[in-house]
Design a protein around this ligand. Sequence first.
Ligand SMILES: Cc1cc2nc3c(=O)[nH]c(=O)nc-3n(C[C@H](O)[C@H](O)[C@H](O)COP(=O)(O)OP(=O)(O)OC[C@H]3O[C@@H](n4cnc5c(N)ncnc54)[C@H](O)[C@@H]3O)c2cc1C
Length: 195
Amino acid sequence: MGESDRLVEELEGVLPGRVTRNVGSYLKDWWPFTWIADEPLGSAIAAVKPSNVDEVAALVKFASANHVPLYVRGGGSSVTGASIPSKGIVVDMQSMDQVLDLDEQNRSVTVQGGTRLKLLEDKLKAKGFSLFQTPQSFDMVTVGGYVSTLGTGQFRSNSSIRLQRNVDSSQPAGRCRACVRGRVEFGRCIHNPVR
Ligand SMILES: Cc1cc2nc3c(=O)[nH]c(=O)nc-3n(C[C@H](O)[C@H](O)[C@H](O)COP(=O)(O)OP(=O)(O)OC[C@H]3O[C@@H](n4cnc5c(N)ncnc54)[C@H](O)[C@@H]3O)c2cc1C
């Protein structure tokens, strides 16, 4: 058994049911260069889909102890190759998509990092609010990816939206940052904001 297989087997023991060796879909994003490359640009020994903060922490601890790099992935909509891994473990955040707290008075919502903007907007809209964030990749983007890439898509220059970076992160020895939880401010929904 090779070193990679041994590591993945050990990881499966640490996070049962969360690990896949089928990493093909993670080896590309929306970077146009991947469309003309002759072979996949990235590589990974496994991908893990944590479902809560404890699992993220266990994964970070495992990677740190075994000196394996982690590649956090949100919606995979990066256009620069930023979400393509290289010889490590992909952390697929998409199972962490819970809206944890919605504070209407302070126009602030606390969400898990894998929450898609579209899902968050739907929840806010139901209460008469809006994120006022509409990147063209709106239905693909996660809050963690958007914060990490300093995403833009504000459709009102005086929008009160501020995405706050990395409120809750896992950082053993200061080497790993994963936005597993973040606060987002939002505004009162205007049905015709362009007017
Ligand atoms: C058709 C199209 C249109 C686009 N239009 C816009 C636009 O209008 N405005 C704009 O700003 N961008 C746009 N983009 C680019 C892209 O959508 C943004 O960069 C987006 O913010 C990436 O979010 P994601 O969740 O897909 O992140 P990913 O692509 O998965 O990851 C991007 C980076 O963020 C990191 N990351 C992801 N999740 C986390 C996390 N939880 N914690 C820490 N790091 C994390 C990754 O490691 C990677 O480095 C567009 C892309 C496409 C394909």
